[in-house]
Design a protein around this ligand. Sequence first.
Ligand code: NAD
Length: 350
Amino acid sequence: MFTTLIPSPTHEAIYRVEDPDSGLLGIIALHSTQLGPAAGGLRMRPYSSFAEALEDVSRLSAGMTYKNAAAGLPLGGGKAVLLADPATQKTPELLRAFGRALQTLEGRYYTAEDMGMSPEDMALIHEETTFVAGLPDGAFASGDPSPVTARGIFNAILTAHESCQRTRDISGRVVSLQGLGHVGWHLACLLHGAGADLIVTDTDPDRINAAQRELGATAVAPDEIYAAPSDIFAPCAIGGILNPETIAQLNVSMVVGGANNQLATPSDAQRLHERGILYAPDFVANGGGIINVATEILKIEDRAGFVDQKLHALDQTLRRILTEAKSQNVSPDTVAIDTVNRIIAARAAS
Ligand code: NAD
């Protein structure tokens, strides 16, 4: 096993982890441990290069610092990636080797499942380290975070709607939803239950069919979702989808969704603001997932109570961000970043 420190001007530490015997090649990025041990998921993807993986893990781990701070959790930001195809290269030996690498960090980083990973994979990693959450069973196992993520996004939609329309009643409002996976489907059900009308898309036709059949949704092709006329656009599939090309097409007054890293670049937040579109920062709107995972890392006895309290606090945080953004006539993203930086600075000073 080789662990090599990669110099970084932005992160506390970034490690290249390699184990030729098992085929492990990965990166663990600790962006900040100022609020507590870094926490964030483990992603396995067949990256085209090490540089691409490094860029991904660097950006995602910084996002976790913001997300954990916004959610009021005593956790810092970290993330890990494995350069491998989960369909063909994921082996128990490789996952155990990653577990051994994780153990050497002695609790400075807790991992959990992200793209390409399952609870069973977390159990294999757990054979070598205790610093892992998202386990399939055990005293504090937190299970699938998606329903809690969806609850947080649903709250954020109501709060954004209240900020624009002075009411949390979204019945009869149209929501265009990109992605009907774990998060998107739960969100679609909550929106349908609240009386909203849905325009949906997915690359999987079965998921679209289910939404049409069970939720009375209108379906559009994946590239038509941006121009679909609706009140709220909820991206719940992939990152980077808010860019100059898509923002120009948007026919909505709010963007509130669960996908990570929705903005292709930070300047796209300003672009949305200039178009008069309220953008709820993704790292605030989708904080429910890490709140759920935190119950396992922090070994919370009253899981449901903790989740309810933290989701409520997260919603209050978004409300303050939107109010301040409106009064200063700036993008909520700007205010959200200032807010989390203040939280981190206050902790560092105490
Ligand atoms: P998922 O893989 O279960 O669902 C993604 C869905 O998007 C799938 O149905 C897929 O077919 C669809 N999709 C993929 N590309 C698409 C495209 N170009 N157009 C339309 N649909 C497309 O993933 P998930 O767990 O639901 O997560 C969705 C997003 O939310 C991701 O960005 C993830 O990082 C983020 N997120 C998830 C959680 C969670 O609790 N699962 C928490 C925080 C953030």
